[in-house]
Ligand binder design. Structure first.
Ligand code: F6P
Length: 323
């Protein structure tokens, strides 16, 4: 193999740049030509890629986002779109592709590999919902941003004796909400994986009020049946008793845009290097991820079929620790 390409796809995640840098520098060290594809799969279809070298990835390890840009590309979901992408790659003499991204992106990797094109995926999403890696690039930074916000919200909530609903991203996965809820000392955590009614949340808030807490923090996953807006409406409409006055804050994209933490820089670096080693050794159609502190590979078809459950221990202590 002489030439490989790298792209970042789906929601950007802090640490993607560290992974791009590692891919480029490890690739060059292996004697490979490395191409950067711009704007994810859209860039592949449009032929928007160019050779990049070690100097092009200087001073990016500390930057959030992705220097290659990212996109969600509907055309790539069609067979014609993918055929065109493969023609573009082969036309430029590129023999393998590294895809840094989450579930949707690795579904794309799998589809390409099914069409006979060699791909290695790198586990990257703030949602940490990707099967094949205990931890994904970006989640540590997103958790720290969320925690910072929760700590600040707790201060103002305490001053005013309020309940504050904090909504965090995560799509249909409650990982971010559960972990920053536990680490942030939330009085209640609302997850897509655990059906929770507004009445149950109200009861937890009311209990905190009666126990004399100056605030109640409720961390809500965006994918929960009742998100922050849904809960607020239900509290008002059903006149549920919660003691405190309440407000809500949606953290949204703030979680995605921060500079990567040390953990995400190291994870991006480790997985980026591993992806090149895999592709250079002739391994293909796998995802590189982490398991118990070691780099592992998982076939892409298992990755897209697999589901990663929430950690039962954190689930079991969330309520207990809120007292
Ligand atoms: O998958 C990452 C993520 O940030 C999710 O948490 C969120 O639901 C989604 O992307 C938002 O997608 P978009 O950037 O397309 O609005």
């Amino acid at each position: 193999m002489k030439s490989i390409a790298v792209l970042t796809s789906g929601g950007d995640a802090p640490g993607m740049n560290a992974a791009v840098r590692a891919v480029v520098r490890t690739g060059v060290a292996h004697g490979l030509n490395v191409w950067g594809v711009y704007q994810g799969y859209s860039g592949l279809i449009e032929g928007n890629f160019k050779r990049i070298g070690t100097r092009d990835v200087g001073s990016i390890i500390q930057r959030g986002g992705t220097i290659l840009g990212s996109a969600r590309c509907a055309e790539f979901q069609t067979e014609e779109g993918r055929e065109l992408a493969i023609r573009r790659l082969r036309g430029a003499g590129i023999e393998g592709l590294i895809v840094i991204g989450g579930n949707g992106s690795q579904t794309g990797s799998h589809a390409l590999s099914q069409m006979g094109y060699p791909v290695v995926g790198v586990a990257s999403t703030i949602d940490n919902d990707l099967f094949g890696s205990d931890v994904t690039i970006g989640v540590d930074t997103a958790l720290n941003v969320a925690l910072n916000a929760i700590d600040n919200l707790k201060v103002t909530a305490s001053s005013h004796r309020r309940a504050l609903l904090v909504e965090v991203m995560g799509r249909q996965c409650g990982y971010l909400a559960l972990m920053c809820g536990v680490a942030g000392g939330a009085e209640a955590i609302v997850l897509p994986e655990v059906e929770t009614s507004p009445e149950q949340v109200a009861e937890k808030i009311q209990n905190a009020y009666e126990r004399g807490k100056p605030h109640a923090i409720v961390v809500v996953a965006e994918g929960a049946k009742f998100n922050a807006e849904g809960l607020c409406k239900a509290f008002q409409k059903k006149r549920l008793l919660i003691g405190y006055e309440f407000r809500s804050t949606v953290l949204g994209y703030v979680l995605r845009g921060a500079a990567p933490t040390c953990a995400d820089r190291l994870l991006g670096t480790r997985l980026g290097c591993a992806a090149v080693e895999q592709i250079a050794a002739g391994n293909k159609n796998v995802l590189v991820g982490m398991s118990h502190g070691e780099v592992i590979t998982t076939p892409l078809d298992e990755v897209i079929r697999g589901r990663k459950p929430l950690d039962p221990w954190y689930l079991s202590v969330a309520d207990l620790l809120a007292h």
